[in-house]
Design a protein around this ligand. Structure first.
Ligand SMILES: [Zn+2]
Length: 346
């Protein structure tokens, strides 16, 4: 199962909106074949694994190890549970069942109904943590929310308006690169209008290899300039606005005056099968997510500068579960439901 999880992680940032799944066919101590689900629309992990194994008969004592229950529905590919039975697999081990309504135990039931032995619950916590974006999306009907910000040593987000700042960046190069990797791992990235106006970020992945997320801007009062870099080419952008903007060629969703913008955004992203969103600021938007208790993880950098004045950083109701050094900076990791700290070692 450790190897299956390792294989599954190869698809970090590419399997979404599907879950990450790895498959290993073993006989005793020997790995006969392996595979993983590379991207949505492509073959599932079980199919990749048996393709790698070849057309020959699967040995009677071989075991198929998977971190997720095999599918039982006709999606973009035929059901894997049927394929495992047809190929003569007699023993399957899975970490946990798939909560996706069209599967939800039916894959395991189909296997058992055909006389296949199925063991469930191996390395389950680790597997659930790995697929926390998919599981949160299916179970709670909203994307997995990761809040991210950087604060000065004295707890400020900035030292005042950009034009008056002496220090433009709180964190160092290593942290900056890490943030780009995080962007490549999530399906969407969200900022408020003030961040666009003050910082004019591009919000793409440039410092590491990987795909750029959908760039989402909340600007209810049409304050962001049409020439902002976030609306530029390279990767798609989605604007949540109070009124339709004819000066922008990006995708737009109208947030009615009396609607709650956070719920409107999360519902729309869920509707678009976005399983995760990285919220990069600013202060008010981050605070709204915290107050509404609509977040899962927070990743907070503390950099060396002292500002003495400026916007106070948001407050979280918990202590960090883990703190690590990233160059000259500290990275504090929080989880809303106080998930065990060793999760970040997996
Ligand atoms: Zn499948």
């Amino acid at each position: 199962m450790a190897r299956a999880l390792q294989l599954a992680r190869n698809a970090t940032g590419t399997a979404a909106p599907n879950p990450m799944v790895g498959a290993v066919l073993v006989q005793g101590d020997r790995i006969l074949a392996e595979g993983w689900h590379k991207q949505a629309g492509g073959p599932h992990a079980e199919v990749e694994c048996l393709r790698a194994f070849g057309d020959g008969p699967v040995p009677e004592d071989a075991v198929m190890v998977l971190n997720l229950e095999p599918c039982s529905h006709h999606g973009r590919t035929p059901p894997c549970a049927d394929m495992l039975v047809e190929r003569g697999v007699k023993h399957v081990v899975v970490a946990h069942a798939d909560p996706f309504p069209e599967v939800a135990g039916k894959g395991i039931a189909r296997l058992r109904g055909a006389g296949v032995r199925v063991d469930v619950g191996v390395r389950e916590a680790e597997a659930r943590w790995m697929n926390r974006r998919f599981l949160t999306s299916v179970n709670e009907g909203r994307p997995y929310v990761i809040l991210k910000w950087a604060r000065s040593a004295d707890g400020r987000l900035d030292a005042g308006p950009r034009t008056e700042r002496v220090v433009q960046r709180i964190t160092g190069a290593d942290s900056h690169t890490l943030v780009h990797r995080w962007r490549s791992e999530e399906q969407a990235i969200l900022v408020g209008s003030r961040t666009v106006i003050n910082d004019d970020p591009e919000l793409t992945v440039r410092l590491v290899a990987g795909r750029s997320p959908l760039r989402v801007v909340l600007d209810r009062d049409e304050r962001t300039p049409a020439g902002s870099r976030v609306y530029g080419g390279g990767s798609p952008a989605l604007l949540f606005t109070g009124r339709s903007r004819a000066d922008l060629a990006v995708d737009q969703v109208i947030v009615p005056k009396d609607a709650d913008p956070i719920s409107t955004m999360l519902n729309e992203l869920h509707h678009r099968q976005v399983r995760s969103v990285l919220v990069e600021g600013g202060a008010m938007l981050l605070q709204h997510f915290i107050e509404r208790d609509l977040w899962d993880e927070a990743r907070v950098f503390t950099g060396p500068p002292h500002f003495g004045k400026g916007t106070p950083a948001p407050d979280l109701p918990h202590a960090p579960l883990r703190t690590e050094n990233i160059g000259e900076d500290l990275l504090h990791r929080f989880h809303r439901t106080q998930h065990p700290a060793d999760a970040w070692c997996w």
